[in-house]
Design a protein around this ligand. Structure first.
Ligand SMILES: Cc1ncc(COP(=O)(O)O)c(C=O)c1O
Length: 384
């Protein structure tokens, strides 16, 4: 007899992630991998030296549960400087091993059995499983194709007495769309007088283009007092593999987050925290990031001008959407697989970011890559 005899899944809907599927396909066909969202260039030597320095200075044992005090203090300074928002480093800032972890901890701490959470789709893939593992129900609202703007009227219709949380994401993965100041104010009015918490995923806060301002929930007092703001150092410092980020939340919410967090991991890696605390003393290291990625976005878009794809708008993040309904009516999964196998460029089909697999014939390409990689990929895509 095999044990355990009852291994019914807690996540029956989840299979292998599309990121693993496409990366494996890319490797098998020796294709350029613009599927998974990570840089193909190294982090700065300055930050790598700082990790080494941290280890030599003795940052090798458990960090304090909410994060190194020096790191939390400099995060508070950065947040005040960039968004004009004051967060108490002792009571309102928690360092976590990556944004995914922070999101899971926040949902686990705040969503109870039977609660409803509004998720705007297409959505980053970790939100709905985290809600469901905690007994919550994900209520999905689709952004309208092709503009990918949030329909606040639809969100309003979904709010009821069970609504515990609304998850927003700006700049947005996978669409590169942004929430405007108008949207943030509309959201604040919408939740006014309710107990709804906002989980604001802002991991691409420093990757925003054309001189547009990032509308952090932290900027809006009415939102900040009910929000958990999620950030990721992996995106900002080209260090996705170091898995480090932080959560900003008012004290009453942070108390609950930390209760859960301490049992999930207790604390995040020490020498990396030392390195980020030091590098954040140089604001240019994050303030110059938008220009750095805007140049890559423009290189990729310019090189695609003669391609048969529709190059869709990209206001932030490091993802470019390409519509292909002028090329074929194949489903997006099939088409993404085919261009990986036959042409040698891997992407992610956007239907993977919808529970109901909505397919508008759009693929996501990551441009956090060296210029030569982007030009080569674009040249191939122009030949399709
Ligand atoms: C929207 C969004 N949220 C969260 C994350 C996770 O960030 P981390 O690598 O810090 O866990 C990602 C990473 O791709 C993302 O795109």
């Amino acid at each position: 007899m095999r044990f355990p005899s009852d291994l019914s899944s807690k996540l029956p809907q989840s299979g292998r992630s599309i990121f693993s599927v496409m990366t494996e396909l890319a490797n098998r066909h020796d294709a350029i991998n613009l599927a998974q969202g990570f840089p193909d260039f190294p982090p700065s030597s300055a930050i790598m030296k700082l990790v080494d320095e941290g280890m030599k200075k003795g940052y090798n044992q458990y960090a304090p549960m909410p994060g190194l005090p020096a790191l939390r203090e400099i995060i508070a300074e950065k947040t005040e400087r960039t968004y004009g928002a004051k967060y108490d480093p002792d009571k309102e800032i928690t360092v976590v091993p990556g944004a995914t972890f922070g999101i899971y901890a926040a949902i686990t701490a705040l969503v109870k059995e039977g609660d409803e959470v509004i998720v705007i789709e297409p959505a980053y893939d970790c939100y709905i499983p985290a809600i469901e593992l905690n007994g919550g129900k994900a209520v999905r609202v689709e952004m309208k194709y092709p503009d990918y703007q949030v329909d606040w009227g639809e969100v309003t219709k979904c709010i009821n007495f069970k609504t515990r949380m609304i998850i927003i994401n700006t700049p947005h993965n996978p669409t590169g769309s942004l929430l405007s100041s108008e949207s943030m104010k509309r959201l604040a009015r919408l939740v006014n007088g309710t107990d709804i918490i906002i989980l604001s995923d802002e991991v691409y806060e420093h990757i925003i283009f054309d001189d547009v301002r990032h509308e952090s929930a932290a900027r809006y007092h009415d939102l900040a007092e009910r929000s958990v703001v999620v950030s990721s150092f992996g995106k900002t410092y080209h260090t996705t593999g170091w898995k480090m980020g932080y959560l900003l939340a008012p004290e009453n919410i942070t108390v609950e987050l930390r209760k859960v967090y301490q049992y999930m991991v207790f604390s995040a890696t020490s020498p990396m925290q030392y390195a980020y605390a030091e590098i954040l003393k140089r604001p240019e290291t994050y303030l110059e990031l938008s220009a750095f990625y805007q140049a890559k976005r423009d290189t990729f878009r310019d090189a695609l001008q003669s391609s048969p794809f529709d190059v869709m708008p990209c206001g932030g993040s490091y993802f470019q959407l390409l519509g292909y309904d002028r090329i074929t009516d194949e489903g997006d999964r099939d088409f993404a697989a085919r261009i990986t196998e036959e042409f040698g460029v891997a992407s992610i089909p956007i239907s993977a970011f919808y529970r109901m697999k909505t397919d508008n014939k759009v693929l996501r390409f990551c441009f956090a890559k060296q210029e030569s990689t982007l030009l080569k990929a674009a040249e191939i895509l122009c030949r399709i």
